[in-house]
Design a protein around this ligand. Structure first.
Ligand code: CIZ
Ligand code: SF4
Length: 303
């Protein structure tokens, strides 16, 4: 069976659009209607005219799409597509943490469950975290779940002369932890003119060595604006496919091939095909949770 042809045929029959995250495998990115980061894809989800959205990414992203496009059917091809970082905090844990810091406002990274978003004052992505924390109306800000994104925000605010106390939850992305400073140092020795771009989910020892710290779509913007030819990329390896497609004349070197997210790689052409064939797995969010989570997402959109 020609899976690609079958997927395209079913997509029409089902009035569906395929959205793929920057970390998806190349064959999924190639068949998708749109490829982007979680925020860009959620915005697309709310904008497109199709009634069905097949989300090739992880669970929290499909949930966010459903929250922003409640009237649409959102499908996730594999329910095993979770997120090691989002799993690091639950809503009851966040509720308890808040009682320990009354007066602080909560900013949660988009890599979190809808229940955690619902307990937060504002959401943020890696692309807008600094802006959101800078503008939120509080001197003390709880940031969950990623301690390295929190440290990155703290450092950027310090450089801008903004004084806010950041209270970080102790979570991290197990995939970005595989990127070690010695890999970057070794590659820089081999390619001295290369620019080093890393993700804020990387450890501080890694981001410190970088020319720029960016979200995945921010990395693409950085490459477009840079005069350099070679880039060392410190994030999940799926992004390399997108960068090589977008900039065929430039050279991209992964900081390590080990930074592969098993959750993102849960999605393949076969379960994408089955998802459209059987209309599964439908992602729903409890309406009350969705209402509160949407208010945190809307707060982020203001900035
Ligand atoms: O927000 C996203 O899509 C994630 C998880 C990473 C990034 O930096 O784009
Ligand atoms: Fe979650 Fe990390 Fe995978 Fe992104 S790369 S989906 S943060 S486990």
């Amino acid at each position: 069976m020609d899976l690609v042809a079958e997927i395209l045929k079913l997509k029409k029959e089902r009035d569906a659009v395929i959205l793929a995250h920057n970390y998806q495998d190349g064959d999924i990115q190639d068949i998708a209607d749109f490829v982007g980061d979680s925020l860009e894809l959620s915005r697309k989800a709310a904008e497109v005219s199709e009634s069905v959205i097949v989300f090739c990414g992880v669970h929290f992203m499909a949930e966010t799409a459903k929250i922003l496009a409640p009237e649409k059917t959102v499908l996730l091809p594999s329910l095993d597509a979770g997120c090691g970082l989002a799993d690091m905090i639950t809503a009851p844990q966040l509720r308890e943490f808040k009682t320990e810091h009354p007066g602080a406002k909560v900013v949660c990274y988009v890599n979190s469950t809808a229940e955690v978003k619902a307990e937060s004052d504002a959401c943020c992505t890696s692309a807008n975290a600094v802006r959101v924390v800078e503008n939120i109306d509080a001197d003390e800000v709880i940031m969950v779940p990623d301690k390295y994104l929190s440290a990155h925000v703290e450092e950027e605010l310090r450089k801008k002369g903004v004084s806010k106390k950041i209270i970080a939850w102790n979570g991290y992305c197990p995939v970005h932890m595989k990127i070690l400073p010695e890999y970057i140092e070794r590659l820089k020795m081999k390619h001295p003119s290369a620019k080093i771009i890393t993700h804020p989910e990387c450890a501080c020892t890694v981001t410190r060595l970088s020319d720029s710290v960016k979200s995945t779509s921010g990395m693409s913007d950085f490459v477009r604006e840079s005069g350099s030819e070679t880039f060392i990329i410190g994030t999940e390896v799926g992004l390399l496919h997108r960068l090589r497609e977008e900039f065929p004349d430039k050279k991209f070197i992964p900081a390590t091939g080990l930074a592969e997210c098993k959750y993102m790689k849960e999605i393949d052409l076969h379960n994408l095909y089955e998802s459209l064939r059987d209309m599964k797995h439908v992602i729903d969010v409890d309406p009350e949770v969705a209402r509160k989570a949407k208010s945190a997402i809307d707060e982020m959109m203001k900035f």
